[in-house]
Design a binder for this molecule. Sequence first.
Ligand SMILES: [Zn+2]
Length: 205
Amino acid sequence: MNVDDPQSQFYLLEPTGMAGCGLVSYTIDVARKSWLCPRCGAVRHHRPIDVRLDDDPPKQALNFICGTFLGIMSREFRDALGEQLLDRYFHVGSVSFRGTINSADWFTFHGKHKLIVRRVERVIARTCEVCGRCMYYGMGRPHLFPEPPASVEIFHSGIAELVITAAVKERLMSRNWKNLAITKLEIPNRLLDGHQQLGAAGAIR
Ligand SMILES: [Zn+2]
């Protein structure tokens, strides 16, 4: 790995102060029987997920639906990504509110490529017994291990967190987003969290 090569640089893009959005209650049971893992909240389907929410999401670029790993993105964020990156890296679904048609301002998303952002303190990694996803929790320095495949520009990590390349960062961060934090991710050359079994990047489902 050449750390000066932009191809090898990855950034964690994450919402700050997330409040989360609530699914309309009767749809939660329906979701648990289809796309939503009832144990860990993972999105189990590899397709767009359409949802109905109680209220408008807080006005921020990235958010999530409470109790799930399904993200919400604003129209502004979607437009900043552009159609090509959206199609390549996300399943994008619709959002509606009680008694309304689909919103033009909000969209659900989940990534086609998943990646664990590893931590260095109090790390717990275990497998969901229902869907098989690796549930990873930790604190401290965020980093990647091993180096992710260079052919992927955007990974979905955690609830509404994205791991993006330097080129995608340049594209997105030309705008002045509120409530978004960006952190450069180290790619150390040795295991720091003790969880060798997680294997190659993208091991989580
Ligand atoms: Zn699960």
